[in-house]
Ligand binder design. Sequence first.
Ligand code: NI
Length: 166
Amino acid sequence: MAIYPIRTFPDPVLSMPASNVMEFDADLARLVEDMFETMYDAPGVGLAAPQIGIPKRLFVADAGDGPFVMANPEIVETSGKWKFEEGCLSVPGRYWMIKRPDYARAEGLDVDGNPVTYEGDELMGRVLQHEIDHLHGKLLLTRLPQRVRRVALAELRDEALGHRRV
Ligand code: NI
């Protein structure tokens, strides 16, 4: 077991589309264990592989009903609307009220390569959408209204530059 450092904005790995998991082997099982350990240590309710610098379509999550993992997931259905103050381990300390569909259903594969479906509303629906966005190279910033996003990006870039000067 190992805890990975979490990549933060503007690390380019966070804006790259990830590629499908092809090998469902012992290395993948170990990576998934390490991702759970990293997520719970952070602590967070979800962690996508690009957030630890691995551009694979893989995430782990625990929205309160226990841990689960999805490889190569896709959102197959959404409905409703829900406003929620959303954060991301890759944009630490920042939260924005973001409106997204309330309910989401995702299909993908488990750690052994078997088909799995997860679904839910409120936090579960949000986690599925947020983590699958990561696999498309999309941070929650892309879900902000344009004007809010422009301000947020400017602030985050300033912070990133400030951190480099330390
Ligand atoms: Ni995130």
